[in-house]
Design a protein around this ligand. Sequence first.
Ligand SMILES: [Fe+2]
Ligand SMILES: [Fe+2]
Ligand SMILES: [Fe+2]
Ligand SMILES: [Fe+2]
Length: 449
Amino acid sequence: MSFNPLKEKGIALEKQLRSWHDIVKRPFNKYEVDCYSRTRQILMNGIEVEAWNFKHNFSRNCQDKEILNLLALSRRIEDMQQTTVNWMTPACQTVLETTLGYEQVAVDLTAWLAQNEPDDYVRETFNFGLLEDFDHLYRYSQWAYMVDGINPDEILQGMTDVVVSRPTQNHHNDNGIRLRKHYDKSKASPQTKVNIYTLVSGEQQTHNFYAEHGMMYPNDDLRRTFGEICDVEEEHVTMYESLIDPTESWFEKLLLHEFTEVCTYYNCYKDEVDDKLKQIWEEFLAFELGHLQIAADLFKKHEKRDPEEVIGEEIVLPCHFESQKEYVTNILENEIDKRLDGKEGYTTIDKLPDDWASYEAQTIVNGGYEDNKKLEIPDCPGGIKGAPTEQVIHLIKTSIGRDIAIADPKLVKKEPELIERGTEEKAQAPNTVPVEEWKEMSKIDMMEF
Ligand SMILES: [Fe+2]
Ligand SMILES: [Fe+2]
Ligand SMILES: [Fe+2]
Ligand SMILES: [Fe+2]
């Protein structure tokens, strides 16, 4: 079914206030929930956080009392929606389990968006980020096994592979090099705009979750892994948000935010297999249609233009979740050595100049304690310095002889080769796991859980 959201009334804003009992519902069962119900719930939390935050920023840049009032009213609803959605998470779902869910969102959502993205440059950027989140999923999976004692597949349910990708230590860049060329608001399709707004919300929430929860574990190496990957998510927010045309007005951005909420809720409603979540998506889709009406009226009044010029006349599908193993493997095997070139484009490791801007950043962040430079611990590879995401591989190897990898055995066997092609020679973390060790590890068959 396709429909024109601008022609639907939805539920009027003044009817959207709910009781605390409706706002805070009973959470899902973490042992029974479908992994893609969980990814939808994680993503929609991020969508609501962005909607709420955007409206605060709009208000801080606005003097018109009528607009301020509408923003205040609808923003409160966004906030209540956020509580409902995020608090479907059961208290017994650990931080690492939720983390695996976040990276499953990043991998399978980005793969879906890339395949539905009409703009080649935007698609290339999605594919670039995809391989980084795929490596995060792999690094966190090692911790989930070691600290929470779980098979990562208890969360991923066999839909997403766990295998090494472009190594996280190579995701750290010069602050400016992530900035991309933005789309042209007058030419970009609504699909491109909604794709980017959706992904920015997801990546921003991933950053916020790591920033707020990484300290909840006592283990220093794990805390530092969260710190390291949290910073990459900050780079991802920078990268994806820079694709948005900065000349879109506040009213145009408001319209796009509400349209993105309509499209994502519609997509969730259409796909949902969990009755309770489906009910939430249905109700909130009706709420968002009400918000969209308001945004469209403000746009017409203040911009004297038709909202259709920006969002078109039909819904788009920005968040369908399904297994993307084949697509991800293809990008992994072809683009693991891809890097940012410093001119808003892409290159490969072998073509990086000696003065590539990110080498300096990598040398610093993958280094050690500033005031303990002389400290070396004999049995700790590299001493207490280096990338935490490399450290975790040393730890799992010490513990069980090899890493946790869940994928087609042919792909798992390729790990040493992927590492060799995907790691930069320069500016390596001092604790980088050598290729010989990867080869050694790959001789041991993957463990049975
Ligand atoms: Fe909302
Ligand atoms: Fe990630
Ligand atoms: Fe990310
Ligand atoms: Fe909204």
